[in-house]
Ligand binder design. Structure first.
Ligand SMILES: [Zn+2]
Length: 271
């Protein structure tokens, strides 16, 4: 299994010379499974646009069956979907999984006066699947489990297990001040890679960001230690954090937990 980071920024895309190393696209992960040439994607932030172009260019090399999992409906997790070219191509098949009504969410985003064409302009074969936390999804030989995350309007964490390897994706989520999220620690137990919402520094969080639904790199480290994960990936970078600040955050986190890396757009991790 491989994880490709097409977008790693929280809240809103950013660009410019201060964001060259970490990139500025909003959340989108591609999970390259070993057991199938189907494409698995989590979230359709602005990063999904480039991924879509690549999937069209390489269409003969994979099944053209795409499984898109959505964590939740906040703008930064769906705003790239109208620009996802495979959704317009009739030879692609697109299955969309969400704990909420994904069809209504994506239709609303594209309805007049917000976008020039509607969801009905997308000619890929589509299927919508409502997720529940007690019913894992199987893709190839991979199993995808989910649990709810504390976040305004609720987000969803995913764990992908395939061939004895595992990845957990947990964004957006806010930690409790006095205890760990036990259900998330259980989901992440022994995972090879934990990708976790580290949008704020502890100082920023204390200075008025409680209730915005995000967490910190110190909480990420606590959770990674409790769950005994192999590698921690800091994710959902704040748009106010430029390359210099993210490098400082990454270094500070590595002093606490050496097996930590801050996600970058374009990064590929072997699992
Ligand atoms: Zn959110």
């Amino acid at each position: 299994m491989q994880v490709v980071f097409w977008g790693t920024r929280g809240s809103i895309p950013v660009s410019g010379p201060k964001y060259v190393e970490f990139g500025g696209n909003t959340p989108c992960l591609q999970i390259k499974l070993a057991s199938t040439t189907d494409t698995m994607i989590i979230d359709s932030g602005s990063g999904i646009r480039e991924l879509g172009l690549q999937l069209v260019r390489t269409a003969d090399l994979h099944s053209r069956s795409i499984h898109l999992f959505l964590t939740h409906a906040h703008w930064d997790h769906i705003q790239g979907f109208p620009f996802f070219v495979p959704a317009y191509v009739p030879t692609f098949k697109l299955d969309i999984y969400c704990t909420k009504d994904a069809k209504a969410i994506l239709e609303n985003q594209m309805r007049t006066p917000f976008f020039p064409v509607g969801l009905d302009a997308m000619f890929a074969k589509r299927g919508f699947h409502q997720l529940t936390s007690d019913a894992p999804v199987t893709i190839g030989e991979a199993q995808v489990r989910n649990i709810p995350l504390p976040h305004p309007q609720e987000s969803t964490a995913f764990r992908i297990d395939e061939g004895g390897r595992s990845v957990v994706f947990a964004t957006d989520t806010e930690h409790a001040p006095d205890h760990l999220n036990e259900s998330l620690a259980k989901l992440a137990e022994g995972a090879d890679i934990l990708i976790y919402d580290a949008q704020y520094t502890s100082e920023e969080y204390r200075a008025g960001k409680q209730g915005w639904g995000h967490s910190t790199y110190m909480e990420a480290i606590k959770l990674a230690r409790a769950a005994g994960v192999g590698r921690l990936v800091l994710y959902s970078h704040d748009p106010g954090h430029d390359d210099e600040m993210l490098k400082a955050i990454e270094s500070a986190a590595q002093r606490e937990l050496p097996a930590t890396i801050a996600a970058r757009d374009g990064m590929v991790l072997d699992v």
